[in-house]
Design a protein around this ligand. Structure first.
Ligand SMILES: [Zn+2]
Ligand SMILES: [Zn+2]
Length: 179
């Protein structure tokens, strides 16, 4: 493990959130889809389950997506802005069977604010460890999903097995076709 457990979960959750809006698909079309996303990533804390909450999360998404195209200095500025705007206050907490980890927002803060600060705290870790280069875009030519490469040897190139298999099969066919 490269980073603290909660940092790695947050980095993957941030990439997953960004990817709900990539590739011309809308994977958060309604509140029910947001409920499924929140359950899948085990977000705790307050929810309003309404359109305003969904809209706020969808407004956050392109802001976070910009991190994948930024320099480290630009990302540091954005992280600071996100933390300042939400008046982030890091606290060690234990809950729901998780051992100590950091929350920098109160559980009653709006979901989008908690997502923004959680992403910003995880990005702060990756930037100060000088590992910002681990933010990548999937190497499959027909996929623009974002990835945080948390592998030991920085070898992760694809967003998931589907893209890895598709590209490997195409490469295999190219190698074995007679021209
Ligand atoms: Zn927690
Ligand atoms: Zn992909």
């Amino acid at each position: 493990m490269l980073f603290a457990h909660d940092t790695e979960v947050s980095l993957n959750a941030t990439a997953a959130l960004v990817n709900t809006g990539r590739g011309g698909r809308e994977e958060l079309p309604d509140v029910a889809a947001l409920d499924r996303f929140v359950a899948a990533w085990r977000w705790t804390g307050s929810r309003t389950h309404d359109q305003a909450e969904l809209d706020a999360v969808k407004r956050l998404r392109p802001v976070l997506a910009r991190l994948w195209g930024m320099t480290k200095d630009e990302a540091a500025d954005l992280v600071n802005t996100l933390l300042r705007d939400a008046s982030a206050l890091p606290q060690l907490v234990k809950h729901d069977g998780w051992d100590y980890h950091v929350h920098a927002t109160a559980p009653e803060a709006p979901l989008a604010d908690r997502m923004a600060v959680d992403a910003a705290m995880a990005m702060a870790d990756i930037i100060r460890a000088d590992e910002f280069g681990r933010l990548r875009v999937c190497a499959a030519s027909d996929c623009d999903d974002v990835v945080v490469d948390l592998s030991k040897n920085r070898s992760r190139r694809f967003c998931g097995l589907t893209c890895a298999n598709r590209v490997n099969v195409a490469a295999y066919r190219a190698r074995h076709s007679v021209s």
